[in-house]
Design a protein around this ligand. Sequence first.
Ligand code: TYD
Ligand code: MG
Length: 463
Amino acid sequence: MARMPAVRTVHVCQQCGAESPRWSGQCPSCQAWNTLVETVVARPTTVAARGRQRGALTALPVGTISPITDVSSAEAQRLVSGIGEVDRVLGGGFVPGSIVLFGGDPGIGKSTLLLQLAARLANARGSVLYVTGEESAAQVRGRAERIGAVTGGLGLVATTELSTALGAIESEAPILAVVDSVQTLASDALSGPAGSVGQVREVAARLAEAAKTGRTCVALVGHVTKEGTVAGPRTLEHLVDAVIYLEGERLGSTRLIRAAKNRFGSTDEVGVLEMRSDGLMEVSDASRFFLESEQPPVAGSAITIALEGTRPLAVEIQALVAPSGGGSPRRATTGIDVNRVLMLIAVLARHAGLNLTGHDVYVNVAGGLRIEEPAADLAVAMALASSLRERPVRAGTVLAGELSLAGRIRQATRADRRLAEARRLGFETLITGTAHGGGADRDVHLVTATDVREAVRLALEVA
Ligand code: TYD
Ligand code: MG
């Protein structure tokens, strides 16, 4: 390693910022435990930086300052992969010179997705590099054969050395470099093992630098730990331009992608993919995808039109209410906050006369989706009421509205978009709350209820 730069490292406390030359379990300054992380000391390399060190002022090169009136806002042309769900979540494709972190549980499909993206872009746009530290080149080739990703213009580099990866990116200058994964590469400037906090951060920082200087887009793969953070520390997130999570239940085939951070787009969009034997495929009608049950409707099921980013999705909420065998009743949920469900149970008891005190309650969002928005309240409450009463929600009905503690229903935001989606899918009725400022909509398909008792009547009882 003749080119290896003489770098110095220190151990920086992540809590108080104190530096120590050696690692120790406890910070000598603030006494916190396990907070020291080995970090490369940045060497001043520019003329200006060296000048600053000497305490001298340096004359700025001509052109350093641009009048804002002369700066163009047009961004570089994005790399559009053609996998629409991914492009949309990215904000319209990859931005050249940016670094994007793809996080997710082991086995969820990160390598598969990135190999697909790599092959698509190699085919359509130019040379792409796939750096694999986790698997051998032969293993990657094997996967590529299964998913149809063997294509000219896609180069493989099997290495666990950061310097090799950086060298390949510099000499090849690809439009996209996939690095799989951040936990398997290591810089020889640091003594810590690959995957340690200091290494992970150094790898990401150096790759971000390489992306910017070479106008290459770097797609960095990172495993999520059980605590839900990428590579242990959340601190990795500020080093990259976007963080995209791939999620889903491992045994199910649905995969959702969403941005936790995106400098070049919204973080509200969600992409829906399906894991097949030949890779991750786009779902042709994502909205229908989250509807599990067949008509006629069964007791304990209610459908809401959720808004995920700009996209409306019809989602089925399933509830099971059963008498508990003594002791404290169970309340378990998948895909929805259990505290929200506890609140809805209380609202149903107080304002609709539906008492679930002696019942176990299970609520599930179909298709592995996770719902955060309060507009799903009404559908959850009606699924619970439906299961308790053993009576299905009326056929052709969807629900969207937020419930207040007083049992009032507030109309869901952007009710018009939800209504349009309900129509497109062939539903006849959307039950929601009255819009802010009253004034019920007279649309025949839009039925408004003011409170939860009225909603139960409208949703469950025959007219
Ligand atoms: P992988 O992309 O290796 O996951 P990650 O990189 O996130 O750890 O995918 C792992 C799983 O996906 C593996 O259990 C097999 C399955 N799979 C498919 O179902 N279809 C496919 O076409 C491929 C390549 C993998
Ligand atoms: Mg992998």
